[in-house]
Design a protein around this ligand. Structure first.
Ligand code: M6R
Length: 615
């Protein structure tokens, strides 16, 4: 949801900014822009509608000199994607340039006030009001930029990560955050890097400061990082080490990040379990559970909150906690939960699931749960993100940076962490036998190898994909643990191929959706061998009887479904509760290959952004 990059130092800023924007392009890609202070102290701003490549083309004959700059890739909220609405935005005099990620909720009130004082606005964005307000305060009160920023931010309601350049102070970048992420990289040569996440910084330094809400940072080459709050109280940020490798940020020979991330999953899950499951494969140790054993083991109820794919992982978590730990679980869309006045007890455990750790609705749900006195546990991927910092404790999924907008490895990482957590609590609560616990731990450690087998379906799926490109609608059916996987399969198809798809519990089909079935409707049925296997066969027959075209995901060696389905995709057998980890693979591959056949930009689907930092 918009990406911010900045640099101040002794190197040419432009290549650093462009490369940084490319790394952050998954956050938004409807327009991009940058501002540079040239060697002649000119403030040059260049903007273009479209992708970062369009901005690069636009800049090819411009003055791109300078050692100080800020840049932005946009996901539009207020104002259509256009070069006028792209960031940076100028102040009225042209002295300041500002980039912003977030939403200024009271922008209209502020805009009206400034307009009455004669300030003309050029764009339709909420962002422009910030830069105009800062300059207005600075000039009318004869303040320095930092002071003006502090006064202005007192008047602003909403979420922001901002960076500002001042033509009159070419040696300084000022940046600030409130509810939108911002990371400052500390170069060993006195330079500073700035970004919405650590990925644009990783190749220059591993020393970073994650700014906190309310922080305002002053970046000046060769000086120590100066951080204050809006009341000018000095803050003492902690310097952290990032462990992102460059290989994790590149496509590594794959045509798209999504395909790379699908194929990375066996390794990712090994990383996720590493150090948590012992060598004898009979014990799971999660430090968060050791530290907060009592709270977790005695939970009266678990409430899981998340959005999109993370919410689907939560639905699988519900089944794991209920069946293994006998703890009642509710799973809530964070966006609904936060406004629903939910009943939350102090002995509830709220589990917030998020890949990015920055999803605005999930953060708001956490805040609500904390205020209600519940214990909040985070399951997150992005190290140092807001969610791990705002939860009482939690577990990282450790699957490495996920760059494809369609979530893949984060989903299976989340399900793996939920499985380890449920097994740990079940063992502590004695709701499963020691024998069953050990058997399940062993099986979980075998999942990565079985996933490697499942990935061998790639060629078969690539061959099948063209059959489905004509479809206007698709149905995904599953039951039990596989119902959330049906929802997730449908979401993957929708977001990258733009084919309408519905996930449904297979038995619910006859209560409505069966009316949709005809020979034009591809139906993907998850029919692995589990306790509902016979029932799912009946559901397949119901689809067949109405002319529906069935592609079934089955356990290897299945002969019965092979007789009745149009296509079968065979997968290694595993325990019922771990089947989502197996079945997700072919569903991700199906969505991927269908989208590629349709010529879609898989990593940058229209209208979407990877990290949803606005409501
Ligand atoms: O970063 P989060 O896990 O909090 O993100 C939640 C959703 O925005 C995300 O899962 C989204 O649905 C993905 N694009 C799905 O592929």
């Amino acid at each position: 949801m918009c990406g911010i990059v900045g640099y101040i130092g002794r190197k040419e800023a432009y290549p650093i900014l462009i490369k940084g924007l490319q790394r952050l392009e998954y956050r938004g890609y409807d327009s991009a822009g940058l501002a540079l202070i040239s060697e002649q102290s000119q403030l040059n701003v260049y903007k273009a509608k479209g992708k970062v490549a369009d901005l690069e083309a636009y800049c090819s004959e411009k003055d791109i000199s300078g050692y100080v700059g800020i840049a932005h890739t946009r996901w539009a909220t207020h104002g259509e994607p256009s070069s006028v609405n792209a960031h940076p935005h100028f102040s009225a005099s042209g002295r300041l340039a500002l980039i912003h990620n977030g939403i200024i909720e009271n922008y209209q009130t502020l805009k009206d006030k400034l307009s009455k004082r004669g300030i003309a606005f050029r764009s339709a964005t909420d962002t422009e009001v910030l830069v105009q307000l800062i300059e207005y305060i600075m000039i009318s009160n004869n303040l320095e930029l930092l002071e003006a920023v502090q006064v202005a931010l007192h008047q602003v309601i909403g979420a922001y990560a901002i960076a500002i350049l001042d033509r009159n102070h070419p040696d300084t970048i000022i940046c600030a955050r409130q509810s939108s992420p911002l990371v400052v990289g500390l170069g060993s040569d006195g330079s500073f890097y700035l970004a919405s996440d650590a990925s644009p910084i990783a190749e220059y330094t591993d020393q970073v400061v994650y700014l906190n809400d309310g922080d305002i940072a002053v970046l000046q080459e060769g000086e120590t990082l100066h951080v204050v709050n809006i009341d000018n109280v000095t803050q003492h940020p902690k310097v952290k080490q990032i462990d992102v490798t460059l290989g994790q940020l590149e496509k590594g020979g794959y045509p798209y990040f999504m395909l790379k991330e699908i194929f990375e999953q066996p390794g990712c899950l090994r990383d996720c379990m590493r150090g948590r499951i012992n060598a004898d494969r009979d014990k799971i140790t999660l430090s968060a559970v050791i530290d907060f054993r009592e709270k977790l083991v005695s939970a009266r109820r678990i409430i899981i909150v998340g959005c999109g794919t993370s919410w689907h992982a939560g639905l699988i978590g519900k089944q794991l906690f209920e069946s293994l730990c006998r703890i009642p679980v509710e799973v809530e869309y964070a966006s609904e939960f936060r406004y629903r006045e939910p009943v939350i007890f102090p002995d509830d455990v709220v589990i917030a699931i998020s890949q990015s750790g920055e999803t605005a609705d999930t953060l708001a749900a956490i805040e609500l749960a904390r205020k209600s006195g519940a214990f909040v546990f985070g399951i997150c991927n992005a190290i140092g993100a807001s969610i791990p910092r705002q939860t009482s404790t939690g577990v990282y999924i450790h699957v490495g940076p996920e760059i494809g907008v369609a979530s893949t490895k984060a989903f299976t990482g989340q399900v793996t962490v939920l499985s380890m957590l449920a097994l740990t609590l079940a063992n502590e609560r004695h709701t499963i036998s020691e024998e069953m616990y050990k058997e399940m731990v062993v099986e979980l450690t075998q999942i990565p190898d079985k996933m490697e087998q499942a990935l061998k379906t790639n060629e078969q799926i690539e061959r099948l994909a063209p059959i489905f490109t004509y479809a206007k609608n698709c149905l995904y059916l599953g039951r039990g643990y596989n119902y959330p996987v049906a929802l997730e399969g449908a979401l993957k198809l929708k977001e990258i191929s733009y084919i309408h798809a519905e996930g449904y519990p297979a038995a619910e089909m006859k209560h409505g959706p069966i009316a949709l079935i005809d020979s034009e409707m591809p139906v993907f049925v998850i029919a692995t061998r589990d306790k509902l296997y016979e029932k799912v066969i009946s559901n397949i027959q119901e689809v067949r009887a109405r002319g529906g075209r069935v592609t079934a995901l089955v356990t290897e060696g299945d002969e019965r479904i092979t007789q009745i389905a149009d296509h079968v995709i065979e997968l290694p057998d595993t325990l019922e509760c771990f089947q989502p980890l197996m079945v997700s693979i072919p569903l991700q591959l199906l969505a991927y290959h269908i989208a590629v056949c349709k010529g879609k930009d898989v990593d940058r689907p229209r209208n979407l952004a990877k990290s949803v930092t606005v409501e």
